[in-house]
Design a protein around this ligand. Structure first.
Ligand code: PXP
Length: 242
């Protein structure tokens, strides 16, 4: 089965917010991404609402015809309330610190085991699939299995950085992490800095990859190729996945 492409629409909200008003229309963009072939929509509300707003998330939920993935830090009570209210297909828990430019590290699943177990239980109880953001470290993936999470999301920035220099070196830790995840029966998602150049190699190298969420590069490519073409181009990178 092809890996699913969830389009992160935060950048569309960032563009809108830069001017006030409602151009571009984030709700329409979410509708269009799905019509153009996206397998899901991802949003990542942050407490300062500088990208997607909490009100956007509430408006987007009813127009979802695919999968809805909400990312964020569960240590923010407002985030937990929003997720429990909107009941997305999946919540991806990310240990962001306030004001962080973008996510830059995964959970320490050993140190935070007890906390993660409790909060994951809250979301699973509400019927929401849970994924947790982790670095490609076999021990962290192994410990993720003890938290009760359904999936992990592998943080791919390190892969993307090393890819142009040595792609085999870049992917090595991710393959090891995926093997551990498969052994532990954890589903595997991935995201961060995946793009048209590195996506096919990543997807075809990682056994059991289920979903990628992509924002920055995809929305930037849409400036040149248009949103519909770009989504189709990215989807084509995923057909030879393992
Ligand atoms: N996954 C997580 C947890 C993220 O925070 C982000 C960025 O918001 C992404 C995936 C998507 O990364 P990018 O915008 O680089 O495609």
């Amino acid at each position: 089965m092809a890996v699913k492409l969830s389009v992160n629409i935060n950048k569309i909200a960032t563009l809108r917010n830069s001017r006030g008003g409602n151009v571009p229309d984030v709700l329409q963009a979410a509708i269009n991404c799905q019509v153009f072939g996206a397998d899901g929509i991802t949003v990542h509300p942050r407490p300062d609402e500088r990208h997607i707003r909490y009100s956007d998330v509430r408006q987007i939920k009813p127009i979802i015809t695919t999968e809805f993935n909400i990312e964020g830090n569960p240590k923010e009570d407002k985030f937990v309330q929003l997720v429990l209210e909107t009941v997305p297909t999946q919540v991806t828990l990310v240990p962001d610190t306030a004001g962080q430019l973008t996510s830059d590290h995964g959970w320490d699943t050993l140190k935070e085991a007890q906390y993660l177990r409790e909060i994951i239980g809250v979301f699973r109880q509400a019927g929401i699939r849970v994924s947790i953001f982790v670095d490609p470290v076999a021990d962290m993936v192994a410990a993720a299995a003890d938290t009760g999470t359904d999936r992990i999301e592998l943080y791919t920035e390190a892969f993307a950085k090393e890819f142009h220099h040595d792609r085999d070196e870049a992917i090595a830790l991710y393959i090891q992490a995926a093997i551990v995840a498969n052994e532990k029966k954890l589903g595997i998602n991935a995201g961060h800095d995946l793009d048209m150049n590195n996506l096919a190699f990543f997807a075809s190298s990682i056994p059991g990859l289920l979903e990628v969420s992509i924002g920055h590069a995809l929305i930037a490519d849409a400036l040149y190729y248009g949103l519909e073409n770009t989504i189709q181009l990215y989807k084509r990178q995923l057909v030879h996945s393992r």
